[in-house]
Design a protein around this ligand. Structure first.
Ligand code: ADP
Length: 445
């Protein structure tokens, strides 16, 4: 179902015209209302009239996370405080949180894009959504909440955590859909398995997963473990929150539609900021086209992905691929840039290994080392009777073969030799609804 078919299928030339009009007025608006932008634009030699259409977007300077931090907390607001209806913060994955504000109109847009996203995920008015994103300063909880109400769903505002309770209410209330992080969806799936509850006995049909990178193997595991169709929702608080882009449940694995009538995307080179052609991988940059409280021009998300137009899709808007990592948490190990998602993809080839892993980076005598800690699959541990100490599992021949071939694959594909530690199930800390951390960089400590 399309929530707003008129916009979601708007012909590209009309979409460009709409974007152009909106960009021109967004630049004028910022020039008038935000001293930071007036200075920055003047320094770049740009007057309001210099920007005539969306094609001119590359003339604008980038906005970076540090600009938000330097203007902490309210320096980038374009409206007086009494016109701010709500404040959120980013989750602070990479340092001090950044503050964002919304006017009433911004909140309307937020609800609209989340409603579009939920509809693309398969949700319909009248369905019950169990919202297991954290409520509070994080945009996930309230963002999904109001978007679901906008679509006409019944919302259960459970927030993250309390897995037993999630399962009880999921069964008792007959939730049709759940939204949460992919890692938390796995936690719920494992709990169901532990309790011997058949996921097919649940009414659950859809899972809308985001806030952290995830891969096709996690999708398969969630889809089997919860008996749902799982789709990706992406967003960041600086731009609006979740619902910047969303995958369609009938076009899975082909990317997530970016609602580009509100958020104009570009992919640029991570080193020199030059715009890259369709399909090329680089840093995702967004310009908000309609925001009132805190519009951002060419915001450097640090997320690494690509964008492309899918001619066979239901909608005209551009699609983005999976986020393969963030340029600010990109590791540089002996001259190589491995992303944790690359390791994750290789782990998927081994049925003996689960989706729970952590990369631990250390420095020994000025040499950087990466250790991949990954849990063995519980089923395999039972089969092979590997319930003893993790450091003895390598004496098992099958596990030993996995060890050697995984190490070789990592070397062949990523170019680094990594130490591997096979862990017993349940020994790597889980996120209770928040973002799962995949890298522990002990070099900084
Ligand atoms: P923070 O930057 O503090 O984590 P947010 O809570 O706003 O702030 O999180 C936004 C970030 O979360 C994005 O920039 C991206 O890195 C990550 N993210 C959100 N949704 C997804 C998704 N579906 N896939 C991968 N990463 C995601």
């Amino acid at each position: 179902m399309l929530f707003n078919p008129g916009i979601e299928t708007l012909a590209i030339d009309k979409l460009r015209r709409l974007q152009s009009e909106r960009l021109v007025s967004q630049v004028e608006y910022l020039f008038k209302h935000v001293p930071f932008y007036r200075n920055n634009l003047e320094m770049a030699g740009i007057r309001p009239g210099s920007i005539a259409s969306i094609e001119d977007i590359h003339l604008l300077p980038f906005t970076k996370k540090n600009d938000l931090r330097d203007n902490y907390p309210f320096g980038l607001l374009a409206v007086p405080q009494n016109e701010i209806a709500r404040i959120h913060c980013s989750s602070g994955t990479t340092g001090k949180p950044t503050v964002v504000g919304y006017t009433k109109e911004d909140l309307e847009i937020f609800s609209e894009v989340v409603a579009r996203s939920l509809a693309a995920a398969g949700c319909k008015p009248g369905m019950i959504l169990q919202n297991a994103y954290g409520y509070g300063l994080f945009t996930g909880g309230l963002g999904l909440h109001y978007g679901a109400e906008r679509l006409g769903m019944t919302v259960i505002p459970l927030s993250g955590g309390m897995t037993e309770r999630q399962i009880m209410l999921m069964r008792d209330f007959g939730s049709d859909a759940i939204c949460c992080t992919p890692s938390y969806a796995l936690t719920i799936a494992h709990e169901l398995l532990k309790k011997g509850i058949d996921p097919k006995s649940l009414k659950l049909k859809y899972a809308v997963l985001g806030a952290e990178p995830w891969t096709e193997s996690i999708r398969t595991e969630v889809e089997t473990g919860l008996h749902v169709s799982a789709t990706n929702i992406y967003g960041l608080s600086e731009i609006i929150g979740p619902g910047v882009s969303q995958e369609d449940h009938e076009e899975k694995s082909s990317g997530s539609y970016i609602w580009e009538d509100h958020f104009f995307p570009e992919i640029v080179d991570k080193d020199n900021g030059e715009p890259l052609a369709e399909g090329k991988t680089g840093v995702l940059v967004f310009t908000t086209l309609t925001k009132k409280a805190m519009p951002l021009l060419r915001y450097w998300t640090n997320d690494i992905t690509n964008i492309y137009y899918d001619k066979s899709g239901k909608r005209t808007h551009v699609k983005m691929g999976q986020i393969i990592g963030r340029s600010d948490d990109m590791l540089i190990i002996r001259g190589v840039n491995p992303f944790h998602t690359q390791v994750e993809t290789l782990l998927n080839d081994f049925p003996e290994l689960s989706a729970h892993y952590l990369l631990v980076v250390t420095r020994e005598a000025s040499m950087d080392e990466v250790e991949v800690k990954v849990e063995l699959e519980a089923r395999v541990c039972r089969e092979l009777e590997l319930d003893h100490a993790a450091d003895t599992v390598l004496t098992n021949e099958r596990i030993n073969i996995v060890y050697r071939s995984l190490q070789k694959k990592i070397k062949d594909h990523i170019g680094l030799t990594m130490k591997l530690s096979f862990m017993l199930p349940g020994t790597i800390p889980r996120s209770e609804g928040g973002k799962q951390s995949r890298i522990s960089d002990l070099r900084k400590k």
